[in-house]
Design a protein around this ligand. Structure first.
Ligand code: DWN
Length: 394
């Protein structure tokens, strides 16, 4: 595949095999027409960017039936309230604010009572509808040059653009940054947070890689990419969300840069996060992780234990399909999302049940697929007497 920023060929270093749409939960009558793509990953050393070799068209993933809602986690709701407090230092009482991939409006709702003019871009119609119902100004569109070019009130007049767990979903980073450039005021700030490549390598949480996650960023890659477009990474702040994320603060070139940036880039260089060699090491660790989890599950089964999954996350699609774990291993996956309940997991077709089912049917062992929400979930399920496990350390 050609890198969309440098236009150079990148050779994939690893394949996770055939993958379905990570959030493509389906009914039985759709099994035969399910879409799959070969999920290979590559690394562009020139800009230190970890990326998918190929990905389904965005419309195949983000449409009228997107089943992920930011508000499904109380912890994340609090996180977004704190995030909104953090960004207030970048705005005036009447500043314009844009969010890219605003989902159900969990973040923007923290601004609706202020004098700020806000707009969220959300391409999944069912999710955008929820935000609109909650009176959060939302455009049901992908964020690109075409969708921003007629926003006269916002062009060059937006003091703050935010995004969370979204920039890695956008294939054309060049157009993304050019669209940000069209909106941002002279002293405007672009803040986004994403799962961190360094945390994924450390935890061997390869389940962060799926169709929607086209890129895994680091401070090194973000700094190099934005430099090409005359922007600068001026600060970077680690976040505990999604197993370890980084919050990137971007401004037009010429602004003061925090020492956090050079510190983290030095650290990344020291551990080789900017080199293909760490990816090759990660590949070996993924293969070991796969063997380990299969041994664990097979040993539970041999000992007559029942197993279910907890939370039908996008991430679980990668684990189940890469490790070939199906309903012979896992009886069902419980989840709180009504749009997933009653359907089957992508590719492996494990039934999705509601939480009531989980509480009424005592299972011996539970694969925690939402390991990133373990604190919140363990707190809710403190009366569960069985054994929790996952491919990452709990
Ligand atoms: O980037 C993305 C992240 C932010 O959200 C998207 N590409 C899609 C999605 O990924 P995910 O599905 O892996 O996200 P979570 O937040 O790890 O998991 C959400 C799922 O877990 C939902 O289906 C709801 C479920 N869940 C649950 O059943 N009980 C979540 C919590 C916290 C719970 O207590």
């Amino acid at each position: 595949m050609k890198c969309k920023i440098t236009n150079k060929m990148i050779n994939p270093f690893m394949s996770f095999g055939k993958m379905p749409i990570a959030n493509g939960f389906i009914n039985k009558d759709q099994f035969s027409e399910e879409f799959f793509f070969e999920m290979q990953v590559g690394f562009n050393e020139e800009i230190s960017l970890f990326q998918l070799n190929d990905h389904p068209k965005p419309e195949k993933m983000f449409n009228n039936n997107y089943p992920f809602f930011t508000s499904s986690s109380d912890y994340m709701k609090n996180h977004f309230r704190d995030y909104s407090m953090f960004v207030k230092k970048f705005i005036k009482p009447d500043s314009n604010i844009v969010e890219i991939g605003s989902n159900d409006g969990t973040f923007l709702k923290n601004f609706v009572n202020d004098k700020n003019k806000i707009i969220g871009f959300e391409p999944s119609q069912n999710v955008a509808e929820i935000a609109k119902k909650n009176k959060i100004p939302t455009l049901n569109e992908f964020f690109n040059k075409k969708s921003v070019e007629n926003l006269n009130d916002f062009l060059n007049k937006t003091d703050l653009i935010c995004a969370s767990n979204v920039i890695c979903h956008i294939p054309n980073l060049t157009e993304l940054i050019e669209s940000v450039d069209m909106l941002l005021s002279k002293n405007g700030t672009f803040v986004f947070e994403e799962p961190y490549l360094g945390s994924m390598f450390e935890k061997v949480s390869y389940d962060q890689i799926y169709d929607e996650h086209i890129y895994m960023f680091s401070a090194s890659s973000v700094s190099k990419i934005f430099k090409i477009f005359n922007f600068a990474l001026v600060d970077v702040i680690p976040q505990p969300t999604h197993g370890g994320s980084l919050r990137y603060i971007i401004k037009r070139k010429g602004n003061e840069v925090s020492s956090n940036v050079s510190k983290i880039i030095e650290y990344e260089t020291k551990i080789g996060l900017d080199k293909l060699s760490s990816c090759l090491n990660f590949k070996i660790q993924c293969e070991e992780s796969k063997k380990k989890i299969l041994n664990k599950i097979n040993s539970y089964k041999k000992n007559g234990k029942s197993i279910c999954g907890y939370a039908a996350t996008s991430k679980s699609t990668t684990i189940l399909n890469y490790c070939n774990i199906n309903s012979n291993h896992i009886d069902y996956i419980c989840d709180t999302t009504k749009e997933k309940i009653g359907k089957f997991s992508p590719g492996m077709h494990i039934p999705i049940k509601d939480m009531d089912y989980f509480h009424k049917n005592q299972t011996d062992c539970v694969y925690l697929f939402a390991w990133n929400h373990k604190k919140e979930i363990f707190n809710k399920e403190k009366y569960f007497k069985g054994e929790w496990f996952s491919h990452v350390e709990l």
